[in-house]
Design a protein around this ligand. Structure first.
Ligand code: CA
Length: 480
């Protein structure tokens, strides 16, 4: 502010004076303000002479006092001028300060106003933005509503169109309905006319039937008289036949020659013993019956007399057969075949028999298994197999289970497995569960005969997966 650091502001303008060290202090009151300032002391007027000035009466002293006064006046004038300068200076400074204050005040006020204006503008902008948002939302809502309105009007239009179509269809149906009703009426009328004509026809037919019945009755009477003639003819024929029979009765000697019955063989051993030593098919008679059976007799192997029970060598016969087929036999005795469980059972229950099984593999090796004692139980006991005295080259152990198993076929499950061995491995056999052998399995050709669970199996000779090439099962009385 004011550069004169010695000034002090107060509320009255009083000119007074005081003393500090070497300087004189003055105070000026100007309206509400008071100024205090210090002035330098004149160097050549010592205060001690000043205090005695008025008490002196001599002319020298007076001269000196006048000079002194003049000096003081001069000093006063200097001081007054100096004060005026100071006043001007103060006033000028004050004016500048006031101007500066005013300027600052205006500036501050303007800044505040600008700030307020900015804040107001910001708020206005914010409001404008919010307003815009609201406006956008309102526009969106309006658009959506307009769209919905449009959609509604479209669907309404569609519905109206459909209703129109339906109405048209209903009209058409009504037309058709009335047309059909008319047709029905017409048809009913026609039907009634037809019905009445049919009833007439029926009456006519009734009359015709009555007439026909009468004709039939007449014909029956005629037939009766004809059958009487036929009976007479029949009696005549019988009489002629009886006459012819009487004429053709033979003499007693000739009758004995004609009743000469052929020799009956129970098995091939019997055939062999009767002198027939050639292998082939022979007719055998089932024990205790007059039933006959064709069987192949092997008259060469091990002294001959063998009745062949089973033969396989080419796979032409299917061995996956029923219980009844295995009971009575199947196939051709001169080729692949099964002789029949019933015959073998009856035969082996009368005499002690030996069982021999001859096998051949696909590599040309032959082997056999033989049992000194063999028999089959009857059908009630499921043709159970009984074996004793094993020997042979087809395995050190018998591949037929001992003690024996019941016979099973695809339609008779008598094995010891929870499964059905016959259905699983095919063929009829004395399965155990399912056991180490099945000579009635599937016939596999060479090259396909390995890794087969359902082939012709004789485990203790060729293992479980090997299917054999040839098999022969044959029996002969143990005492042959
Ligand atoms: Ca079973």
């Amino acid at each position: 502010m004011l550069s004169a650091g010695v000034l002090v502001l107060s509320f009255c303008f009083i000119l007074g004076e005081g003393y500090t060290t070497g300087k004189k202090q003055y105070q000026i009151q100007n309206g509400p303000c008071s100024y205090t300032f210090l002035l330098p002391e004149p160097e050549n007027c010592p205060p001690s002479s000043y205090s005695n000035l008025a008490q002196r009466d001599d002319p020298a002293d007076y001269e000196q006092s006048v000079q002194r006064l003049e000096q003081l006046e001069s000093i006063m004038e200097n001081n007054t001028q100096w004060l005026l300068k100071l006043e001007n200076y103060i006033q000028e400074n004050l004016r500048q300060d006031m101007a500066q204050i005013q300027h600052d005040a205006v500036h501050n006020h303007t800044a505040t106003m600008i700030e307020i204006g900015t804040s107001f503008l910001t708020q206005t902008a914010e409001h404008a933005r919010k307003l815009t948002n609201v406006e956008v939302q309102v526009i969106n809502q309006t658009t959506r509503l307009e769209r919905q309105l449009l959609e509604n009007s479209i669907s309404t239009y569609k519905l109206e169109k459909e209703i129109l179509l339906q109405t048209n269809q209903i009209d058409k149906l009504n037309e058709k309905n009335s047309f059909l009703e008319k047709r029905i009426e017409e048809m009913e009328t026609q039907r009634q006319a037809e019905l009445s004509s049919l009833q007439e026809e029926k009456e006519q037919l009734k009359l015709l039937v009555e007439k026909q019945t009468n004709v039939i009755k007449e014909l029956e009477q005629q037939l009766l008289s004809a059958s009487t003639v036929q009976q007479e003819q029949q009696q005549l024929i019988e009489r002629v036949n009886s006459f012819i029979h009487t004429m053709s009765v033979p003499t007693p000697g000739k009758s004995a020659m004609m009743q000469d019955t052929p020799v009956q063989y129970r098995d091939c051993a019997a055939v062999f013993k009767s002198g027939n030593k050639e292998s082939g098919v022979y007719t055998l008679t089932i024990p205790d019956t007059k039933e006959q059976i064709k069987a192949y007799c092997d008259m060469e192997a091990e002294g001959g007399g063998w009745t062949i029970v089973q033969k396989r060598f080419n796979g032409l016969v299917d061995f996956h057969r029923t219980w009844k087929e295995y009971k009575l036999g199947f196939g051709d005795p001169s080729s692949e075949h099964w002789l029949g469980n019933e015959y073998v059972s009856k035969l082996t229950n009368e005499h002690q028999y030996t069982l021999r099984i001859e096998l051949m593999d696909w590599e040309g090796n032959a082997a056999f298994s033989q049992y000194d004692q063999f028999s089959l139980s009857n059908e009630e006991q499921k043709y159970r197999i009984h074996l004793k005295g094993y020997s042979g080259t087809a395995g050190k152990i018998s591949s037929l289970a001992q003690p024996g198993s019941d016979f099973s076929t695809k339609d008779a499950d008598n094995d010891k497995c929870v499964c059905k061995c016959s259905q699983l491995t095919t063929g009829g056999w004395w399965f155990d569960a399912c056991g180490p052998s099945n000579l009635n399995g599937v016939y596999y050709q060479q090259g396909q005969n390995t890794n087969r669970f359902n082939g012709i199996k004789w485990y203790y000779w060729k293992g479980s997966g090997y299917s054999l090439k040839e098999t022969t099962i044959m029996i002969r009385p143990a005492d042959f």
